[in-house]
Design a protein around this ligand. Sequence first.
Ligand code: SAM
Length: 265
Amino acid sequence: MNKKNKQKKPSSSDKHKKADQYDSGNYNYLEYWDGRDYEHAAEELAIKRLLKGKHFKQAVDIGGGYGRLCILLEQYADKVTLAEPSKQQLEIAKVYLKDHPEISQKLMQADDLKFKKGTIDLITMIRVMHHLPDPSSEFAEVARALGETGTFILEIANYAHGRNRIKHMLKMQKMPTEPIDIRSPENKRDDEVAFVNHNPKTVIKQLAHAGLKVDRVLSVSNLRSPTLKKVVPQSIMLSAETFLQLALAKTYFGPSVFFLIKKAG
Ligand SMILES: C[S@@+](CC[C@H](N)C(=O)[O-])C[C@H]1O[C@@H](n2cnc3c(N)ncnc32)[C@H](O)[C@@H]1O
């Protein structure tokens, strides 16, 4: 082979495209949560429900941002690691988690977890699937790091939620099975961060392909609506949410779906 045609051996950085989108000044993820107390509480409710009565040695929150949910995970694990690919988010985490020095913070992305095979017994990945149009390498990596009896909690932004299903039905359109890019046309640029919503049935198949099976489903943030949030007191919203998470789980009604996942036997 002459020098010109010689192929460059892929380095590990080529193989894992850097997931550092949240380093851009365009994202202020801490501010994003202003006015979203209902959604935050609904997600905590879902995690508490899925982890009730369980305790773990080593929990890892993949793509955990500034650590919004790591504080809750401390109740369920001896050791919690915030695994996050954005340096900016980790900088914010230093302040946000200052009273939680036991939570370790690691620069890491989902398709390249720096943990030994089978060493983690709880993995959470919440609000990260938005950025993973094809999560196959990330699911394979989770399956590798997870212990045989480990638990994986995955949240997906659900394209097949109730309102979308009605819209598709009225237009006599089939619900797509592939991830749907939800950016407005003016915000779509090739170099932009992927922003997709998923069909839960497709995600279940992708998980199965990685040797992971869904044990429980919750429909979450069922009452996400700016108007409802304005007029209904949060305590009532959350009482209803508590009931609806289970009642609507089978229909994947909510804009967010939580899966409790195990390794397939
Ligand atoms: C919407 S934020 C969610 C943060 C946190 N999980 C939460 O719910 O508050 C998405 C996070 O996913 C991270 N992320 C994006 N791509 C990722 C990847 N390939 N692997 C791991 N994390 C990723 C981003 O850096 C960002 O912190």
